[in-house]
Design a protein. Sequence first.
Length: 232
Amino acid sequence: MDDVGGGSGREGRVMRESEPEGGAAQGARMRRQPRQQRSRTRVRHILEAADSILSAEGFEALTVRRIAQVAGVPVGSIYQFFPDKAAVVDALAGTYIGQFDAAIEQLVAASRAEQWKDPVGTLIDAFTGLYRANPGYVALWSGRHVSPELARADEANNAAIAEGVRRILVRQAALADSADLARAARIAVVVADALLQFAFRQAPDGDEQVLEDLKELLRLYLARLTSRLGES
């Protein structure tokens, strides 16, 4: 499970899971979609530059001129694809969401292949790895610098993660599948999302005590679910 959502470096990290012509990024407010390889490469560089600025300098430093400077492209090249900075942010946020979508699918598949000693720890460690690999995501969502469209996409992403957690719990915790379990999985995801963001606001790599407390809280919740819902 060590490589789920992790990654080993910043170079090329943002676009590893999803290219600009597909996935969540496709719905972003792009002026035109890149069709040729050279255009796709340029868009990738633009988004990687935006991610780098968010990670190192914060949202307030993110301007079209600064993105162009870091990406090594003319300002006009950005406006060929994006009408404004907000559209760049939306496309970048879409790539982050795509990574979380891919991660939960990988985790669901892995849960079918082997029994985990600590399902809660495995899940939290995987998503902690995603947060650590994507500090730009933390900067963006901590400040809620997202459009209404991306906020809805994020909510849909959390619902998909909760669905994945439900499937994992049926397999790993032998819980009977039910509407109650689906609701409990959604509650767990909301709690985990809030506390992961809190942990990463406290420390760049996530406050270790907050992360441990989150695991303990969810382990207790899982134990209560097992008692209340029963095994399948």
